[in-house]
Design a binder for this molecule. Structure first.
Ligand code: NI
Length: 265
């Protein structure tokens, strides 16, 4: 039986409202030991912490996603900072930069990204980075931060950048996490990049409810489906899927720390 950790799931989404207990049962049955419930603003971050208190399989990540920074109130950030100290919160984010959806001024996105990086260092919880059509800017900010403060513990989530970006992020010490996209027929270039990621820097995630992996494509995505992404990556690397699951699970456990390791009761 493979052991898996879904490092990125938007379980607050209304698409999970009617059947979340069943979704979590299916995940456990598929070998998923832990799921990181990801917030994208103050309300959903609070929801994730509440879900983690209710369901032992869940831990939480809190932050304000770049597409949501413009609508954040002044006191949302101090609330995130307080919420981030909760023991069930294992990561900071998601944060990052996004030029694809023009929903927030870029300078404001940069300001919030910098805040998340600082909070991640201060609390020693890894930062979860979203990057869409902003690879050069994300790398620029990470390098500045690296030169000033040294390596930060973190994840490039649902990685979709090019080989050069992957190389730079790995050189900065970051982990690369892959979602369902890497299983798509047209994603040869992304698979080629995923194949080159050292096994000790590789993670898997669903980013559910979005972008279900093959053969579930078109359906609502859910944490149980993370197996299909792991399976795709394993086939592509020519290694056993159980080994790929085990390695990515070990990486997640090491990254998120002891709070994620023993099953809570
Ligand atoms: Ni996300």
């Amino acid at each position: 039986m493979p052991r898996l950790i879904d490092t990125h799931a938007h379980l607050f989404d209304e698409r999970f409202q009617s059947d979340l207990p069943q979704v979590l049962e299916r995940a456990a049955a598929a070998g998923v030991e832990r799921i990181v419930a990801m917030g994208i603003d103050i309300a959903t971050s609070m929801a994730c912490v509440e879900l983690a208190a209710k369901y032992p399989i869940l831990v939480a990540s809190v932050g304000i996603q770049p597409n949501h920074v413009a609508e954040a109130h002044a006191d949302d950030w101090p609330k995130i900072e307080r919420l981030a100290t909760t023991p069930s919160v294992v990561a900071i984010g998601e944060t990052g930069l996004d030029r694809y959806r023009d929903r927030a001024p870029f300078a404001l996105q940069e300001e919030y990204f910098a805040r998340h990086l600082e909070l991640s260092r201060r609390l020693q919880k890894p930062v979860v980075i979203h990057c869409r059509e902003a690879e050069a800017d994300v790398v620029r900010m990470l390098k500045l931060d690296f030169d000033k403060n040294g390596p930060v513990s973190g994840i490039m989530h649902s990685f979709s950048g090019d080989a050069a970006t992957a190389k730079e992020c790995l050189a900065l010490g970051l982990h690369l996490s892959f979602a369902g996209m890497v299983t798509y027929k047209t994603a040869d270039a992304l698979r080629e990049i995923a194949r080159e990621v050292p096994l000790d820097k590789l993670l898997v995630e669903t980013d559910c409810p979005y972008l279900s992996p093959v053969p579930m494509r078109g359906k609502r995505n859910e944490p149980a489906f993370v197996f299909h992404t792991a399976n795709g990556l394993a086939q592509d690397r020519g290694i056993d899927v159980v080994e790929l699951c085990e390695r990515t699970t070990q990486n997640a456990l090491r990254l998120f720390g002891s709070s994620i390791a023993p099953m809570k009761n």
